[in-house]
Design a protein around this ligand. Structure first.
Ligand code: 9PG
Length: 520
């Protein structure tokens, strides 16, 4: 490990090459900036105590970088920073793929998974060091696309997977002339995750749906998770050899969702590459010109690939192929996506976990120490800590809510989320038109159409059209479970690791959804 030290007389920015680097800190730090691996993984300033290992373990491949999931020292993907008592920041950030930064006592250590690469060491205030890091990444990975930021209505956060042709038709009509640029169909249209054909709830097929959306003068958007498949899919049953295996020849888990195990495609396999390109061409030929490609971390999981290469390099290479196959005119939103390897390839990147109709769940936040699960507080916290990415990519903070029906958010919580969308300049909602009262519909109209003047006053405080907005209420992390919560956490964590319990939970949620989709 290359030793390196900095003090007040060091230049504010230096670029050093090496496979691993240990930067001795001039004085003890008080906080650490953690940067999670992909869209949903936590990004936040934390104190220096160990962050409890998040539960359940079965979800690690889909929520954090599984290679570092059990690291208890402060650590992060590609970049880490420390803050000293006087507020000064020292950042260590890799300018290449497959790197990790850990705080080890009074040393900030960075190392590449394989080979070596450049590192930026920057000192200054928070805004300055992150802006420098973004600028250096931009030189190597590419800059933000010049496509205008779209205003999106998406099906997920109202209808979830319970979508069908008729419901969408009603929603499209109800949206009337609200100024959305994109109507995006999310999860629920496909036969199975892996089998990307319209299911029986879309008897007319996908092309007429895209056509109907486009007849309203908007782009048609579609959700797919092209790099993973569920165990029960036809794709997995017919091509088990297309999926990522480990050194011992066992399948690599990509997590557990939709009530079953997920597996990741080995995108270095030539047949997989052909299949992916054909899939992109197919959805484009149906008429969809906005693609939300999700669960993309599947392309960068550790495992033994056909063509041996760094896992993040394999991911970036397939991402470029997907982009090429969909064509430069398509708008590409990457979600569940490893952050740095997606820069310069997609148009927009989800920079936080999912929102939900709740602020925070005690079970997830406290019992399971899980800051990745859907919830407004988790989404705001991580997104605010990723705003420095805005100069590289359109940062998607996920949707905002306007309806009082269908969620349990307080007004201030809904407003904080709406303000987050303004700060990111990425405006989206899933609110069903029939759930909005006239006042709420009017608020949504103004949100979509009014220009905003945004000024950043401090890392967490903004002035939006003259109004002061402070995101502080969403910033801290709940204290680790204590007393009876510890036992409850152990039991909940154990249950969460049982595939049957997750499958049962999935069935219960699906049934509940069938009841609510007719209206709150
Ligand atoms: C569709 C959804 C929506 C949503 C995506 C993604 O368990 N998890 O950690 C987990 C996180 C996110 C997630 C699903 C599961 O949601 O972010 O917008 O498209 O898929 O299924």
């Amino acid at each position: 490990m290359l030793p390196f030290s900095v003090d007040e007389s060091s230049p504010p920015q230096q670029i050093i090459s090496g496979s691993s680097l240990a930067v001795s800190l001039p004085r003890p730090p008080r906080r650490f900036y953690r940067h999670g691996w992909h869209s949903w993984s936590l990004a936040a300033w934390t104190d220096l105590s160990p962050l409890p290992i998040q539960k359940p373990y079965i979800l690690h491949p889909m929520q954090v970088d599984p290679v570092h999931a059990k690291e208890i020292r402060p650590h992060g993907s590609w970049v880490g920073a420390v803050e000293f008592d006087d507020g000064a920041i020292l950042l260590l950030g890799s300018l290449g793929l497959g790197a990790h930064v850990t705080l080890n006592g009074n040393q900030l250590e960075g190392s590449y998974e394989a080979g070596s690469g450049d590192w930026l060491i920057a000192q200054g205030d928070e805004a300055a060091v992150f802006s420098e890091y973004a600028a250096e990444l931009g030189k190597r990975f590419g800059l933000k696309s010049n496509k205008p930021a779209p205003r999106v209505w998406c099906t997920w956060y109202s209808l979830y997977s319970a979508i069908d042709e008729l419901l969408l038709h009603t929603a499209i009509e109800g949206l009337g002339d609200l100024p959305f640029d994109v109507l995006q169909v999310d999860d629920g249209w496909q036969t199975s995750v892996g089998d990307w054909q319209a299911n029986p709830r879309f008897p007319s097929g996908m092309a007429p749906l895209a056509e109907e959306i486009k007849s309203t003068g908007r782009k048609a958007g579609l959700w797919l998770a092209p790099l993973i498949a569920v165990k029960s899919s036809k794709l997995f049953r017919e091509h088990p050899d297309w999926f990522l295996h480990d050194e011992r020849g066992r399948l690599v888990s990509a997590g557990h969702n939709w009530g079953e195990y997920l597996y990741a495609l080995d995108a270095t396999h030539p047949a997989v590459r052909e299949w992916l390109a054909a899939l992109m061409k197919q959805v484009r030929s149906w008429g969809f010109d906005y693609l939300k490609l999700d669960f993309l971390y599947g392309g960068a999981l550790p495992g033994r690939r056909r063509q041996e290469m760094l896992r993040e390099a394999a991911y970036r290479s397939v991402l470029k192929d997907l982009r090429e196959a969909m064509g430069p005119d398509a708008y590409f939103l990457a979600c569940g996506a490893p952050i740095v390897p997606s820069i310069g390839v997609c148009d927009a990147l989800r920079v936080g976990p999912d929102v939900a109709g709740t602020w925070e769940e005690h079970r997830e936040a406290v019992l399971l120490h899980n800051p990745t699960t859907p919830g407004v507080r988790n989404a705001i916290r991580t997104t605010i800590h990723r705003l420095w990415l805005s100069r590289l990519v359109q940062a998607d903070p996920d949707v905002a809510y306007f309806a009082s029906a269908g969620n349990s958010l307080a007004n201030e919580q809904k407003q904080l989320l709406q303000n987050l969308a303004l700060v990111c300049n990425f405006k989206a909602t899933s609110d069903l038109p029939q759930w909005l009262n006239p006042q709420e519909r009017n608020d949504l109209l103004h949100f979509l159409q009014d220009p905003q003047r945004i000024e950043r006053i401090s890392p967490r405080v903004f002035r939006i059209n003259g109004r002061i907005v402070d995101f502080e209420p969403a910033m801290s992390l709940p204290a680790p479970a204590a007393g009876p919560d510890r036992l409850a956490g152990a039991i909940t964590g154990w249950l969460g690791d049982q595939s049957w319990a997750l499958a049962l939970n999935h069935r219960l949620q699906k049934n509940a959804l069938q009841k609510t989709k007719r209206g709150p």
